[in-house]
Design a protein around this ligand. Sequence first.
Ligand SMILES: NC(=O)c1ccc[n+]([C@@H]2O[C@H](COP(=O)([O-])OP(=O)(O)OC[C@H]3O[C@@H](n4cnc5c(N)ncnc54)[C@H](OP(=O)(O)O)[C@@H]3O)[C@@H](O)[C@H]2O)c1
Length: 301
Amino acid sequence: MLTLRMSRSVSHSLSIVGAGRLGRALGRRLHRLGWHVGAVVTRSTSTSRAAARFIGAGNPSVPLTREIIEADVILLTVPDGALAGVARSLAQLDPKKWRGKAVLHTSGALDRKVLQPLARRGAATGSLHPMQTFSGRSEPNLDGVIFGIEGDSRARQIAASIARSLGGVPVIVDGNKKISYHAAGMMVAGLGLALAEGATQVLLSIGFTRRKALQALLPLMREMLRNFEQHGAHAAWTGPISRADYGTIALHAAALRKHPNELQEAYRGLARLSARLLSKSHRATLRNLNRVLGKSRRKSK
Ligand SMILES: NC(=O)c1ccc[n+]([C@@H]2O[C@H](COP(=O)([O-])OP(=O)(O)OC[C@H]3O[C@@H](n4cnc5c(N)ncnc54)[C@H](OP(=O)(O)O)[C@@H]3O)[C@@H](O)[C@H]2O)c1
C-alpha cells in the first residue's frame, strides 16, 4: 500500500449515478467545493428530486440518460450488486462519448474490473471508497479519513484529488485485496454496531432505560477507543480475561444464556479473539476459556 502525494487539480463537472446515502453526501460536499453537478440519477423521480434538493444542485434524472456523459467525472454510488448492470447500460448509452471521461465507483469491496465495459469505451476507470459510515442522518466528518483508491493511473489521480479536496487521505489499495480492506471496515462499523446494540440489550433486560444504557456504555467505548488510539491494544486491554479471572467469565456465559444464541456466540467468539490477539500467553488463555465457555443453549422463540 502506498499513500499518494499529488497536488494536480481535477476536472470540475460531475454526474452522480445512485444518489443515495453516500452519493448525496459526496455530491453536496463537492458542490460546495465548486464542482458543477450535472445529472443526479436514482431509480425514481421522487428520490432523484430529493437527492438534487439535498445536494443543492444537479438535474434529477431517471433512468440513465446521455446527460450523464456530459460531465468529466461520473461517480457511481449505486449498491455493489447494481454496479455491473449500470456499467453495461452506461456503456451502451453513447459508445463514442466515453473517451476522456473518468468513471469512479465507491464500493469498498469491488475494484475497477466491474467497470470494464466503460474502460473498453475509453473511459478512465477506478474506485474511491471513504472508510467512513454515511447513515444519511448526519454529515460525517471526513477530515483525515482514509479513502481507499484504485484504478488506472488517470482514475487514481482524479480519485486522489477528490479525496484530498474532501479533507481525506487517499491510500492505494490493490484491487485484489480490496475485499480484506472492506472486511476490516465492516468489522468496526457494521459489526461493532451490533456489538454495541447487543450490550445495550443486555442492560435493557435488567431494567435499564435505553438512555441509561447508552450513558453506561458510551463513555466505556470512548475511553477504550482513546486508550487503543493513544497507547495501543495491549495497554488498553482490561476486564476479567486480562486478569485471568475465568470464574467471572463462566458467570457471564451463564447470565447470557437467556439472550439470543447469536449474542452468546458473539461473546464467546470475541472472548477467544481477545485471547488470541491480546494475551501474552494466548495458548493458556484459550485453554482456560474453552474450559469455562460451554456451548450456547438456543433461546426458544
Ligand atoms: N453508506 C455508507 O456508509 C458507504 C460508505 C462507503 C462506501 N459506500 C458504498 O457506496 C455505494 C452506495 O451505498 P449507499 O449506502 O449510499 O447506498 P444507498 O443509500 O442504498 O443508495 C443507493 C442509491 O443507488 C440508487 N440505485 C440503486 N440501483 C440503481 C440502478 N440500477 N440505477 C440507478 N440508481 C440505482 C438508489 O436509488 P433510490 O434512491 O431510488 O433507491 C439509491 O439512490 C455502495 O457501493 C457502498 O459500498 C457506502
